[in-house]
Design a protein around this ligand. Structure first.
Ligand code: PLP
Length: 351
């Protein structure tokens, strides 16, 4: 079967009609990987799966929501979209906007987004504006502009974004042939945890699954407003994709955690980086630092004794490691340089 993107695959669950122009890059259908090496290192008694969203067309889960947001914007006659972004939303909006042939404006915090993401927005010809402030300030400006001018906002407050992102949960159910016991994911603006929970509940309502996972959301300790119970004015973390101090979907994320008997918790940058390196070295999976917050959450909760034998645990890895090569290079051993001679190479190889 040829995969035609999340709208065609899950059309019956989405607000689309025969008249909706489907703007797709065939997003979704991402790898669902059983990770025995990682499970052995963390807790051999759990079944650990990773949903690798870095395999989406622009390298993050944002594409699942963007195909819906852009398709619906075009259907409504819009010829321009705008978003605030920590990077991946702008990359996705720029790509889908290019495909739709509409204008894309992206507002990003200056100096706080990974180079790969900036490159994506630029090559797809978005108008990129860096503000001397943080994501939360950028979002406030975007909300205000989209309310006053004929330009559609495609941040996750746009309801079609969350609808499209439900497809992540649908795929997990289809791929695991049921539902997991726990679903871990990083939390930034909190749209994705909200969407996954909507998705699981939708499948449950339609009798496609017989139970529901506990939703386990993880913020970075320096940007953990939901955990702390108050807005963080100056959020700080190496995981720039979740460097958000006032999440737009705050309330619905809290609901997702409490309804599912899960939780919103936090992990330190050190814990995030440890998980990031473990994923790459033990499983061959190169994700973004922010994505690794989910696995860092599993490690943390395992130490607290959360799991029982046979638990099925799913982590969403939200974005691709190639977005930020500087991060990977800084955390790794440097290449060795030698003369172009076999003996020199052998000496380094230890033979
Ligand atoms: C957007 C993003 C997040 C945060 O998702 P929210 O829906 O804002 O909580 C996490 N990781 C990556 C890589 C992202 O791009």
């Amino acid at each position: 079967m040829r995969w035609r993107g999340v709208i065609e695959q899950y059309r019956e669950y989405l607000s689309v009609t025969d008249k909706t122009p489907v703007i797709t890059l065939n997003e979704g259908n991402t790898p669902f990987v059983l990770c025995n090496n990682l499970a052995r290192a963390i807790n051999p008694e759990i079944e650990l799966y990773l949903k690798f969203e870095g395999s989406n067309p622009t390298g993050s889960f944002k594409d699942r929501g963007m195909t819906m947001a852009i398709s619906k914007a075009v259907e409504a006659g819009s010829n321009a979209v705008i978003c605030a972004s920590t990077g991946n939303t702008s990359a996705s909006a720029a790509a889908y906007g290019a495909r739709a042939g509409i204008k894309v404006f992206v507002i990003i915090p200056e100096g706080k987004i990974a180079m790969g993401k900036l490159a994506q927005a630029m090559i797809h010809q978005a108008v990129v504006i860096q503000v001397q402030g943080n994501f939360d300030e950028a979002l406030t400006i975007v909300k205000s502009i989209s309310g006053e001018y004929p330009v559609t906002m495609v941040n996750s407050i746009n309801p079609y974004r969350l609808e499209g992102q439900m497809s992540g949960a649908f795929e997990v159910c289809d791929q695991i042939n049921g539902y997991p016991d726990y679903h871990f994911l990083p939390v930034g603006n909190a749209g994705n945890i909200t969407a996954y929970w909507m998705g699981y509940k939708e499948f449950y309502k339609r009798g496609k699954i017989t139970g529901l996972p506990k939703m386990m959301g993880f913020q970075a300790a320096g940007a953990a407003p939901i955990v702390l119970g108050h807005v963080v004015e100056k959020p700080s973390t190496i995981a720039t994709a979740i460097r958000i101090g006032n999440p737009a979907s705050w309330k619905s994320a809290v609901v997702a955690a409490s309804e599912s008997k899960g939780e919103i918790n936090m992990v330190t940058d050190e814990e995030i980086l440890e998980a990031y390196k473990m994923l790459a070295s033990n499983e061959g999976i190169f994700c973004e630092a922010a994505s690794a917050a989910s696995v860092a959450g599993v490690i943390k909760k395992n130490k607290e004794g959360l799991f029982t034998k046979g638990d099925k645990v799913v982590c969403t890895l939200t974005g691709h490691g190639l977005k930020d090569t500087e991060m990977a290079i800084n955390l790794s051993q440097k290449p060795v340089t030698v003369k172009a001679e076999k003996g020199e190479v052998l000496r380094v190889l230890g033979y």
